[in-house]
Design a protein around this ligand. Structure first.
Ligand code: ATP
Ligand code: MG
Length: 545
């Protein structure tokens, strides 16, 4: 979708949205490519590799769409997908869109309450899952009166309360009349990470995929190019795996590597990329921080990646430098959120990458810093990062949550809930989530910059920073630190780490309090849950939060 141009400004000027009135994600991703073109390389944990063409995906998704329709499901019924990265997951997505239904991607590591919450909230009529998912669902099915169908992979015959997916697909026709959806019709509900509170279901229209394209193309160095192959360890249940990688790759006819791992393993990530010579990869900062701990990565990783993008959390200059050394290219950061994704980003090919900045507005998106009433603020001022309404990538509304939807907007703008600054050249500098910004001695400090500085200390593996009550300064900076393997958390080391920050950042930013911990509270998407650390501190200090 991006026009060609040699500078960011040129591309931005020439950019035009082309969103047709009628559009269906299922047709777009499954039915537009040559039937024998490669679509999916599927690799299981035991190393077996299976290959699927676009023709395979087209036929299988037609069969699945027929099965859904024949089961009595109709337009806008919610169908949940509780599966890891595997072919059936992608096929289910295509089928649900083709049938005009609404997909609910669910993460396989969710425990009972997380699943019940999302299935109840969305009122799902059906679930597609595997044996492990079936066992979970059986334990709470009586709490889900709206759930009528459970389709299960890897089963030879139907059983108590479920349909065996494989045989049912074989019985179904591989031709299907795709529902003629409007670009604005609902297609999927993705739940937010729940970093700041209960996760909210962001309802997206079919157009959300088209809205993502410029934000995928630019930070991935003008994706697609001939020979590209995309992989991400981010699960397809999240917007980062699904709509930053899988669906846009298929829109462009580019194959995707699916790898089914129980847990992210940094050594395995290097091995996998090298073995398949993955050309394009999206690695969230948490994954990069783990990969950074692997010894001598250069020896494990010899070929040349074409693009490496990262986002979802602050990337920081430490990782940027490490990325250049390790992969020989600039990690292009991007920024967005489940409700309105990929609106800011970097692309070293056509613009200067300023370390610490998330980049500039992606062509096609109008991003500003506004006050709480939605009035744009002058460049250089800290305020709410906001996106102008009417953007094709923007969600329709929160599912079943009118109040949260109303709060999300002010004037012409969607408020991201993040604080930031735009400089005179249009670069965005992320400060922090509204709740995470620290007020100390009159300064408003974002945790990201301090965390970045902390991970630059040779003993530190991961760090999270919060503000804690302080009688003199309103709040003081406290750092929770995970040390590298084999390092002892002594008082002397704490002092050394404080000095490390003091000598690199402003004096008011150094952590007055340092706690060494074995791990940090992370969401399943790998985001630091600072509210849990604030609660931990309050409990330990016997203070109210
Ligand atoms: P919830 O809304 O339920 O609290 P969440 O905001 O973590 O959860 P997501 O939509 O997955 O759910 O995350 C989006 C948020 O991630 C953004 O609003 C922002 O705070 C953070 N984020 C995304 N990209 C970046 C980035 N490049 N730098 C810093 N933070 C980022
Ligand atoms: Mg959010």
């Amino acid at each position: 979708m991006l026009p060609t141009g040699s500078t960011y400004e040129e591309i931005r000027r020439a950019f035009e949205w082309r969103i047709p009135e009628r559009y269906n994600i299922g047709r777009d991703i499954a039915d537009r490519q040559a039937p024998d073109a490669p679509a999916l390389i599927y690799r299981t944990e035991d190393g077996t590799v299976e290959r699927f063409t676009f023709g395979d995906i087209a036929r299988a998704s037609n069969r699945f769409a027929n099965l859904l329709t024949a089961s009595g499901l109709g337009r806008e019924d919610r169908v949940a997908i509780l599966l890891p990265q595997r072919p059936e997951t992608a096929i289910a997505h295509a089928a649900i869109y083709k049938a005009g239904m609404i997909a609910i991607p669910l993460f396989t590591l969710f425990a009972e309450e997380a699943l019940v919450y999302r299935l109840q909230n969305s009122g799902a009529s059906a679930v597609v899952t595997d044996e492990g998912g079936l066992a979970k669902i059986r334990a709470f099915r009586d709490r889900l009166p709206e759930l009528r169908h459970v389709f299960v992979t890897d089963m030879e015959a139907d059983g108590d309360g479920f349909v065996a997916l494989g045989p049912a697909l074989e019985r179904a026709s591989d031709r299907f009349e795709i529902v003629d959806t409007m670009a604005d019709d609902p297609a999927l509900i993705i739940y937010t990470s729940g970093t700041t509170g209960p996760p909210k279901g962001a309802l997206h229209a079919h157009r959300v995929l088209l809205g993502h394209l410029p934000g995928v193309e630019l930070p991935n160095n003008f994706f697609p190019q001939k020979g590209d192959l995309f992989w991400t360890p981010a699960d397809w249940a999240w917007i980062g795996g699904l709509i930053d990688v899988l669906l846009p790759s298929w829109h462009h006819g580019i194959p995707v590597l699916a790898y089914r791992a129980r847990k992210f393993d940094p050594e395995e990530a290097f091995r996998l990329m090298q073995e398949h010579e993955v050309r394009n990869v999206f690695l969230p900062p948490t994954a990069l921080k783990l990969m950074r701990q692997v010894e001598a990565p250069r020896e494990r990783f010899r070929y040349q990646l074409r693009s490496l993008a990262s986002g979802g959390e602050t990337l920081g200059t430490e990782l940027l430098d490490w990325g250049r050394e390790t992969f020989g290219l600039t990690i292009n950061e991007f920024y967005g959120q489940t409700e309105c994704n990929l609106v800011v980003g970097n692309c070293a090919d056509v613009m200067e990458v300023r370390p610490g900045s998330m980049g500039r507005a992606i062509p096609g998106h109008e991003v500003a810093v506004v006050d709480d009433d939605g009035n744009p603020l002058p460049d250089g001022t800290q305020g709410n990062i906001a996106v102008r309404k009417g953007d094709p990538v923007m969600f329709l509304r929160y599912w079943n949550n009118q109040e949260a939807t109303e709060k999300k907007f002010a004037g012409d703008w969607l408020l991201t809930g993040d604080q930031g600054i735009r400089d005179v050249d249009g670069y965005f500098w992320y400060v922090g989530r509204d709740d995470d910004v620290i007020t100390s001695a009159g300064y408003r400090i974002g945790p990201g910059e301090i965390e970045d500085c902390l991970v630059g200390h040779p003993a530190v593996a991961m760090a999270a920073v919060i503000g804690v009550p302080d009688p003199l300064r309103t709040q003081a900076v406290k750092a929770y630190i995970v040390l590298k393997d084999g390092v002892d958390g002594t008082d002397a080391l704490a002092t050394e780490i404080q000095e490390h920050v003091k000598s690199r950042l402003a004096a008011h930013e150094y952590p007055r309090h340092v706690a060494f911990v074995a791990e940090l509270p992370l969401t399943t998407t790998g985001k630091i849950v600072r509210k849990d650390l604030r609660a931990l501190h309050a409990a330990e200090a016997g203070e109210p939060e």
